[in-house]
Design a protein around this ligand. Structure first.
Ligand code: 5GP
Ligand code: MN
Length: 320
């Protein structure tokens, strides 16, 4: 066993009170990975809290272990593990008053090694894939409730096994998780297909703002759109996945106004040779070659101008 895996196993075995955390605006991989790991640690006899700064979005409440999620930590911990999070800032306030993570488990190419032990595998399709690979080495056994969470991470980060980074290993892992007794069709429907009426209205507002220029398509979701549709989240309700399906564009972008001074950006590369993580890095964001994000300070109009300009420049640069 590699040294890093041995050290992770040692830290896990020696710990009793474990805090598991992930990033703000948690997605299926952040939640699925957190819950799978937490359930395995509970089975190993540990006390576990899953602390997510933004809590658990309604669409994931069906997952086994969902009741473990809280938005503030409570008590003391001898081990803090961060999953699916590429920098300390993206944990939000979940660790306020606590030490930085002892272990980070992630798959982002832009990950800053902010833990004591850093397990980062950028070629993995999801953090759930990294966990599926290594949990047995740490003495943790994957059971059906964990499999449902891990498969949620695999399915959501690959958009149903259709992103360009989908590997045969990811499909084999999915097959092994299915064998543990997961209802894949139900899980797929719940995490990728279904939309609430309110989300559909919110999408409508975003789609009515759609623009296109210089190979870039973009949509904007304002605070007014959020209020008018009644959408409770601070994210794009996955509208980016629809905008990314528009043909003949190179890059898709969504701007989500967070408040009068802050805007969340999502970039998607629509061609395999384009690397949007390089553009996101310029704004202290990060992610993957094909999917990246950042949060920018400034009014929506100002941010939009800067981001579109940098994206245009990024497109004109020779891609490595
Ligand atoms: P999304 O655009 O769906 O929020 O995120 C796309 C990818 O970029 C995900 O892998 C996500 O973790 C990463 N990402 C999104 N926003 C940020 C950010 O503000 N900072 C960093 N470092 N990564 C981000
Ligand atoms: Mn994530």
């Amino acid at each position: 066993m590699k040294d890093l895996q041995r050290k992770i196993k040692g830290r896990i075995q020696a710990a009793q009170r474990v805090l598991v955390t992930s990033h703000v605006r948690p997605d299926g991989d952040a939640i699925g990975s957190s819950l799978a790991l937490a359930l395995a640690l509970l089975d190993a006899g540990k006390d576990v809290q899953v602390v997510l700064s933004d809590g658990l979005p309604a669409g994931f409440k069906h997952l086994p272990g969902a009741e473990l999620v809280q938005s503030k930590a409570d008590g003391e911990f001898d081990l803090i593990i961060s999953v699916d999070c590429s920098d300390l800032k993206r944990i939000g306030d979940a660790l306020d008053g606590y030490h930085a993570p002892d272990i980070i488990i992630d798959h982002h190419v832009t990950t800053d090694p902010f833990g004591t032990l850093n397990l980062v595998e950028p070629e993995a399709v999801a953090t759930a894939s990294v966990l599926t690979r290594h949990m047995a080495e740490w003495g943790l056994t994957i059971t059906a409730p964990m499999a449902a969470n891990l498969l949620t991470g695999l399915v959501t980060d690959t958009l149903g096994f259709r992103t360009a980074n989908t590997t045969s290993e990811a499909l084999r892992q999915a097959a092994d998780l299915l064998d543990l007794g997961v209802d894949m069709s139900a899980l797929y429907y719940r995490s990728l297909v279904r939309r609430t009426f309110v989300e559909a209205k919110y999408w409508g507002a975003g789609l009515s703002s759609l623009e296109r220029a210089d190979g870039i398509v973009w949509a904007t979701l304002t605070l007014v759109d959020r209020k008018a549709s009644g959408y409770n989240g601070k994210d794009d309700a996955d509208l980016i996945n629809f905008v990314s399906s528009i043909e003949d564009a190179d890059i898709a972008i969504i701007f989500v106004e967070q408040n009068r001074k802050k805007t969340k950006i999502s970039w998607r590369a629509l061609k395999p040779q384009i690397d949007v993580s390089q553009i996101a890095r310029q704004f202290e964001g990060g992610g993957h070659k094909a999917a990246s994000g950042a949060e920018l300070i400034g009014s929506l109009d100002e941010v939009q101008e800067r981001v579109l300009e940098a994206t245009r420049k990024g497109l004109n640069q020779p891609q490595s």
